[in-house]
Design a protein. Structure first.
Length: 245
């Protein structure tokens, strides 16, 4: 009879132990579930943070790429602009250099034409003087010669007085188409003395190629009253008038 109560007590004790064990297990399961939930929330939070950081990183990368593209575009435009500026500068320098070459070539051409024209004029004047010398009678040439000598004495010597001629001794030479008469020689000596301030005996030379007139050399100064010089002056005036017209 004692066994039955013991068995019942054991059953009761076992039942209580099972209940206690169930409660302990339930508490452990709850705690474990709560911990899992906390871990899950933590992982979710971290996942959100990671996604947020990833989006921020993507945005920053996009901004960096856009900025790099913009900077590359700006550099490209700057390089193109500088290249265009350099090209324009080179073209302007080349154009200026070409214009300078053209101007220089034109100056050379004008100079050459001028030299040719002067040479032609000189040869034409020499030829004209030669033709006049061979064509005009000596008497006529002498009359023209005397007229121009008197003109030189009366007018051109007045121009000499206005010039500052050095007073030191200078070589004086008179080249005449015809020989000087004694009266002309004395007149020239007096005029030269008035201009120079001292007596002088000029060298005389006869050059029939002058046709008429004389040339007086006072050092480096030349007083030209020859037919050739008058033809040259007349040709020069005609050329200037033609250029103006």
């Amino acid at each position: 009879m004692i066994i039955i109560p013991l068995v019942a007590l054991l059953i009761i004790i076992f039942t209580v132990m099972i209940i206690i064990f169930q409660r302990i297990m339930k508490q452990n399961v709850v705690l474990a579930t709560r911990h899992i939930d906390e871990l899950s929330q933590d992982y979710t939070k971290k996942g959100r943070e990671i996604n947020s950081q990833l989006e921020e990183t993507k945005q920053k990368c996009k901004e960096m790429i856009d900025q790099a593209r913009q900077e590359a575009q700006n550099i490209k435009e700057q390089v193109i602009k500088e290249a265009q500026t350099e090209r324009d500068k080179i073209l302007a320098e080349a154009r200026t250099h070409s214009e300078e070459i053209i101007q220089q070539a034109d100056k050379s051409r004008q100079l050459l034409l001028s030299e040719i024209s002067e040479r032609i004029n000189k040869e034409a004047i020499d030829k004209a003087c030669e033709l006049i010398q061979n064509t005009l009678p000596d008497r006529f040439k002498q009359e023209v010669h005397l007229h121009w000598v008197e003109e030189l004495i009366s007018s051109d010597f007045n121009e000499l007085e206005r010039l500052r001629i050095p007073k030191d001794k200078q070589e004086i030479k008179i080249v005449s188409a015809f020989g000087l008469s004694e009266g002309q020689r004395k007149t020239f000596s007096k005029k030269l003395k008035d201009v120079l301030g001292y007596d002088t005996v000029p060298k005389e030379e006869v050059d029939p190629k002058l046709v008429a007139g004389i040339i007086i050399h006072i050092g480096s100064l030349v007083l030209d009253g020859s037919l050739k010089n008058k033809i040259q002056e007349r040709a020069k005036n005609i050329h200037q008038q033609s250029s103006i017209e």
